[in-house]
Write a protein that binds this ligand. Structure first.
Ligand code: ADP
Ligand code: ADP
Length: 232
């Protein structure tokens, strides 16, 4: 369970300050499948950064599974982040000189409790995303959709409870984007909490719930009508 309680985030530099999040309260239950939509500058990325413990709020309380993150030291917050969250980005963020398998194993470099067979675990995740025959390819040898699947395998390799995806289909053609959303839908059906930032209403419609942001507040939130979604 993720609980934002009266969260604000203010960015200050010199005499300028921007209120990116303005007193937001929100709960996302385990197993949720949530889209965060809204115009550029409405606070979506800031919200995702706080949800994923990449950044701290200026005020308010953020709890992950009942743990108040505000009282955690930076290294404790980093540990919570590595255990609980897997991140997927618009531009994949793969290392170009590492092959798919090596990219998926990267999180193990920062992990204190390695699985017994790290390489086997990474291979299992690549199989899970349908890339068993691409393990030794470099990112540049893969299509955009395949690169995003490698990034999703990497996000899964530490078995996080929550996948946070910031515009995961933004760099993909429509068919590849639908494939990525179908994969995220399956992962949600297997029990992962999945939170997706998107500009695209059709992408949002894969999720069970849509939160619409405007100017740092939640303008509306509603369950989705999931009829006629391609690829699911
Ligand atoms: P979105 O993801 O919806 O485009 P952001 O969360 O990126 O919105 O930004 C919300 C507001 O906060 C915008 O006005 C943006 O310019 C500002 N902002 C975001 N990050 C920073 C930062 N690191 N420093 C200063 N202002 C920022
Ligand atoms: P997005 O499409 O994800 O909203 P942005 O261009 O808003 O992309 O933000 C990209 C990154 O730059 C984010 O990490 C955000 O926190 C940061 N950022 C956004 N606006 C500002 C700003 N005004 N000053 C500094 N950093 C910013």
């Amino acid at each position: 369970m993720l609980q934002l309680d009266e969260i604000s985030k203010v960015y200050s530099s010199g005499s300028n300050s921007v209120t990116a999040l303005n007193n937001i309260s929100l709960e996302i239950a385990d197993g949720g499948f949530v889209a965060i939509v809204g115009p550029s500058g409405s606070g979506k990325s800031t919200m995702l950064n706080i949800l994923g413990c990449l950044d701290r709020p200026t005020s308010g309380n953020y709890k992950v599974n009942g743990i108040s993150t505000g009282t955690l030291k930076d290294d404790e917050l980093a540990k919570l982040r590595n255990q609980q969250f897997g991140f997927v980005f618009q531009s994949f963020h793969l290392l170009p000189r590492f092959n798919a398998l090596e990219n998926v194993m990267l999180p193990f470099l920062y992990s204190n409790d390695l699985p017994e067979h790290p390489e086997q675990q990474a291979k299992t995740m690549l199989k899970r995303v349908g890339l068993e025959d691409r393990m030794h390819h470099l990112p540049g040898e893969l299509s955009g959709g395949q690169q995003q699947r490698v990034a999703i395998a990497r996000a899964l390799v530490n078995d996080p409870a929550v996948i946070l995806a910031d515009e995961p289909t933004g760099a993909l053609d429509s068919a590849s984007g639908q494939g990525v959303m179908a994969l995220l839908t399956q992962l949600n059906q297997e029990g992962k909490t999945v939170i997706v930032i998107t500009h695209d209403a059709q992408i949002a419609s894969y999720c069970n719930y849509t939160i619409t942001m405007a100017d740092g507040i939640i303008e509306s939130s509603a369950a989705n009508n999931k009829k006629n979604i391609p690829g699911v």
